[in-house]
Design a protein around this ligand. Structure first.
Ligand SMILES: NC(=O)C1=CN([C@@H]2O[C@H](COP(=O)(O)OP(=O)(O)OC[C@H]3O[C@@H](n4cnc5c(N)ncnc54)[C@H](O)[C@@H]3O)[C@@H](O)[C@H]2O)C=CC1
Ligand SMILES: O=C(O)C(=O)[C@H](O)COP(=O)(O)O
Length: 404
């Protein structure tokens, strides 16, 4: 790429493209889902998110020499084709992993699940699942992990899928793969879903098709005990509205949509492109300022139990119920499948600014700070450990202000 001005085609929903890439060339934005080969006929660089399938059909006879996806997932990239064509590519591993973990905490808070007294099963223990695992373990929770691609010595709680499915809470964070020794496509089908224990909570924030959505839809009328939160669907954007009606929490694939996570994705691809071009990165990712984000517990009724205070803080910072409400309202208001697909994408495009827990200040009285949450240790139901609310909030990333 020796041109003095590079042409960069970018999905219109990637934030901060001009800030980062502006000095590298001319930027043209298009809606990612409708991107066509004709729009790339003079493009050198392609920047996408997860909704653009990047394959031979899109790239053939175009001058594109670098593809960057500002996302963790890469299932929309035909990596074999890119490699075969010598087109460089990069993704943004871990960019929004923390945001997805906060989505999980918000789902548990909204469903009023006492997760501190639960066993948690994690399917897929990479950047997202691993972050969730380490956070829960550091708090003393008992976790079971299914990840057939990681070495058994790296995680002490690795076990078989069956064991993980019998946990109180099952969180699915596997990528979507259809080949290899352990393809994840429909990993949870009819047989696996029916193994979920009575009253289990299932949270899915990897890719929709890791769970056979039709099998789940078929199972739910017979298993009203299950509590389901789905962020990802099979297919998207045209999710099955009967499934949305059957689950307790539904969101339009926004688990990773903190502003922090999105901008980190952009910054990581900018750095990868600079490395590819042999240039020093001129724009720095110094994080985005956030001011005035506060959850004030001090005026709350003193009869609230510690679990309710914890729930108030988590939902005060990020309330998944708002996502669920907007999705359901959109579905009700849409008069056709086409309108629903458009509505799904519009909810994502106009997603409200969400900042991670670390930007939130929690104001609490000394009495509230000292209230203790009883953790059941290592899943024994006999070993318990009490932790002050303030320690737990700090471990989750919140900043605390004690009112003397
Ligand atoms: N809902 C959302 O907004 C978001 C969804 N995602 C999805 O979550 C996925 C996971 O993200 P990361 O943890 O960052 O990816 P990662 O690549 O760091 O880790 C994925 C883990 O899943 C494991 N895995 C692969 N196949 C598996 C299988 N068949 N069964 C169980 N585990 C399997 C891998 O060994 C790896 O440890 C991404 O690929 C993406 O599709 C990621 C970010 C946001
Ligand atoms: O990072 C990923 O992987 C994700 O799933 C993204 O957060 C999803 O966002 P879009 O790329 O679909 O905007």
């Amino acid at each position: 790429m020796n041109k003095s001005v590079l042409k960069i085609v970018a999905d219109e929903n990637i934030p901060a493209v001009e800030t980062y890439f502006g000095h590298l060339g001319e930027i043209v934005r298009y809606p990612g889902r409708q991107l066509q080969r004709e729009q790339l006929l003079d493009a050198d660089i392609l920047l996408v998110r997860s909704v653009t399938p990047v394959n031979e059909q899109l790239l053939t006879d175009t001058p594109v020499r670098f593809v960057g996806t500002c996302t963790i997932g890469t299932d929309h990239l035909d990596i074999h084709y890119l490699q075969q064509q010598g087109i460089a590519y990069s993704s943004a591993p871990g960019c929004n992993a923390n945001s997805v973990v906060e989505y999980v905490f918000s789902a548990l808070a909204a469903l009023e699940v006492p997760w501190w007294q639960s066993q948690v099963g994690i399917i897929g223990c990479g950047n997202v699942g691993g972050h969730l695992y380490r956070q829960l373990k550091s708090l003393g929770l008992h976790c079971r992990v299914y990840d057939p691609l990681i070495a058994s010595e790296s995680i002490e709680d690795l076990t078989c899928l069956e064991e993980v499915l019998s946990a109180d809470i099952v969180c699915v964070h596997a990528p979507l793969t259809k080949s290899g020794d352990h393809p994840s496509f429909h990993l949870l089908g009819e047989a696996e879903l029916s193994q979920l224990r009575t009253g289990a909570t299932l949270i899915s924030a990897g890719r929709g098709a890791v769970i056979d959505n039709q099998a789940l839809l078929k199972l739910l009328p017979q298993r009203p005990d299950l509590r389901i939160a789905l962020d990802v669907w099979e297919p998207e954007p045209g999710l099955d509205i009967r499934l949305l009606e059957a689950v307790e929490l539904g969101s339009p694939h926004i688990a990773g949509y903190s502003l922090d996570g999105k901008v980190t994705g952009t910054a990581m691809i900018y750095k990868a492109l600079c490395d590819h071009l042999g240039l020093a990165a001129a724009a720095e990712n110094n994080g985005l300022a956030a001011a005035g984000l506060e959850v004030d517990l001090t005026a709350l009724n003193s009869n609230l139990c510690v679990g309710e205070l914890l729930q108030t803080v988590i939902l005060g910072a990020y309330n998944i119920r708002d996502d669920d409400k907007r999705l359901r309202e959109m579905v009700v208001q849409s008069e056709s499948d086409e309108a629903r697909c458009l509505g799904f994408d519009l909810l994502r495009k106009h997603y409200p600014e969400r900042r991670e827990f670390r930007h939130w200040q929690v104001k609490l009285t000394p009495e509230q700070a000292a209230l203790e949450i009883e953790f059941i240790h290592a899943g024994t139901k006999t070993q318990t450990e009490k932790k002050p609310l303030s320690n737990l909030l700090a471990a989750m990333g919140f900043k605390l202000t004690d009112i003397c």
